[in-house]
Design a protein around this ligand. Structure first.
Ligand code: SAM
Length: 334
């Protein structure tokens, strides 16, 4: 056997041995993972059984529920919902689906913005009588752009026990997957539906040194983004769509680009959260004088519209601010 053949035989035997070792390793890994999964299922079931076996103390339980994926319910949420004497839900028909999925046959009562004034005293009376009442919304964490704040205030003022069973919230899921700074953020809920008040609100928020988080509905998303791009300046944004659901998507880009892409997408569907990066650090420092000085220069070589756009971009300030100053500047000249 010459040297090359010996090398070839040794090499192919080694390769076969290696492949067999990999198969054995894969098999062992599979067994290990299957074993661990089995233990997790058994342990989770034990934890839930232990929780459910205990009596539920009287009080108001604010229970977070999934925002699209039923598997996101927590063991504590299940144990509270299964034991509560009453569950106050925004939409009882909607919540029945969640409860029956987990075999919970609790008593439900509606609590939403249209009946809250009437229902609140009834819920408080039950709490005073020593009952355990859970509050849930259609999805996510109650009170976060959902009913419940006044009920919590009233319960606390009456000296009743109030506790949160934390879990999913679209606001935090969007923030954490946005890639934006998370050290300081401002949850701004839904913006006003009409452009005037919406722009006024954005004007209030534009100097906040924080990542901004907004809820938005599909029909209003494109217009809201256009107003954000205009009022907040050239910042990065993230559109988080259908989080935790089959068609989840997270799109990142500059606000004006995101707005431009959406404006051509007429039939938008789904649920959305918009996350906007904080203002650039020097944006707060750009004085009117600085903007006017840059505008003077830009106007020598560009149209009014282009000058406004480029100065806003360079100084990281909103286009509307530059536009207003530009109007004053040109009025003085005329
Ligand atoms: N309390 C809920 C929470 O904590 O997530 C939010 C309730 S608010 C009435 C509903 C809004 O939340 C929707 O319009 C949308 O902006 C956002 N949202 C809820 N579920 C979502 C999801 N799966 N993906 C993206 N946004 C969602």
């Amino acid at each position: 056997m010459d040297g090359r053949r010996l090398y070839h035989v040794t090499f192919s035997r080694l390769a076969r041995l290696k492949a067999r070792a990999v198969r054995v390793q894969d098999h062992q890994d599979e067994e290990r993972i299957e074993g661990a999964c089995g233990r997790t299922v058994a342990r989770a079931s034990e934890v839930l059984s232990d929780l459910i076996a205990r009596p539920l103390a009287p009080g108001l339980y604010l229970v977070a529920t999934p925002i699209g994926n039923l598997a996101d319910i927590s063991l504590r949420a299940l144990s509270v919902l299964a034991r509560a004497e009453l569950i106050a839900a925004e939409d009882t028909r909607h919540s029945k689906k969640l409860l029956s999925h987990f075999g919970i046959a609790a008593k439900l009562t509606p609590y939403h913005e249209h009946n809250a004034e009437r229902e609140r005293p009834r819920l408080l009376a039950r709490l005073r009588a020593g009952q355990a009442v859970a509050l849930i919304s259609d999805a996510g964490t109650p009170l976060i752009s959902d009913p419940g704040y006044k009920l919590v205030r009233a319960a606390l003022e009456a000296g009743l026990m109030v506790t949160s069973i934390p879990g999913p919230s679209a606001a935090l899921a969007a923030l954490t997957s946005s890639g934006m700074p998370t050290d300081t953020f401002l949850f701004a809920g839904f913006l006003p539906p009409k452009s005037g008040p919406r722009r006024a609100r954005l004007d209030e928020l534009k100097t906040a040194p924080a990542t901004l988080v907004f809820f938005e509905s599909a029909p209003r998303l494109a217009k809201s983004l256009a107003d954000m791009a205009d009022m907040l300046g050239p910042r990065e944004g993230t559109i988080a769509k259908e989080l935790t659901k089959l068609h989840e998507s997270v799109t990142r880009g500059r606000l004006d680009r995101l707005a431009g892409e959406l404006s051509s997408n007429a039939a938008l569907k789904g649920e959305f959260v918009v996350v906007v990066a904080p203002p650039a650090e020097d944006a707060a420092e750009a004085s009117d004088e600085k903007i006017a000085e840059q505008l003077e220069k830009a106007l020598k070589i560009e149209s009014f519209r282009d000058a406004v756009r480029s100065v806003a971009e360079v100084l990281q300030v909103s286009r509307s601010r530059v536009y207003e100053l530009g109007l004053k500047l040109t009025a003085k000249r005329d």
